[in-house]
Ligand binder design. Structure first.
Ligand SMILES: [Zn+2]
Length: 140
């Protein structure tokens, strides 16, 4: 029992390499063998070109805020103590976009996380199996 009360992602055979990497502080995603599109879903086929066949490829962990908002409603009890909290879409420099939280902001307000702001991945171990990927303002 970890004491972690927020929802946890399901780990499947297809997604296991993603979570294995985050536990080691690395970010990697499936990439199409045919058209080189990165995927943020864990399937053996490509929604861009329709062909089957992907491989895992490491990413820099650097990106920019593509969209951001603050949640003011408690959708899950585990978040109640942190209301309101931010949710952001980060566009990685390699192209794919991840839904995440921005950490390391003085107050966590939207003014502190403008669209286009450079960010870098940080890894937050929440259970023995799950290390989440979040982002903080990039060191300049
Ligand atoms: Zn493809």
């Amino acid at each position: 029992m970890s004491g972690y009360t927020k929802p946890l992602p399901p780990i499947s055979e297809q997604s296991k390499p993603f979570w294995d990497a985050t536990r080691e502080g690395r970010l990697q995603l499936p990439r199409c063998n045919h058209c080189s599109t990165f995927h943020t879903y864990f399937e053996p086929w490509c929604s861009h070109c329709g062909k089957e066949g992907v491989h895992w490829e490491g990413l820099s962990g650097r990106g920019r805020i593509w969209a951001s908002c603050r949640f003011h409603r408690v959708y899950f009890p585990g978040f109640a103590a942190e209301m309101p909290y931010n949710v952001a879409m980060v566009e990685l420099e390699e192209g794919p976009r991840l839904m995440t939280n921005i950490v390391g902001l003085p107050n966590g307000t939207l003014d502190e996380m403008p669209i286009g702001m450079p960010v870098e991945a940080v890894f937050e171990r929440v259970t023995d199996d799950v290390t989440l990927v979040k982002f903080r303002p990039a060191a300049s």
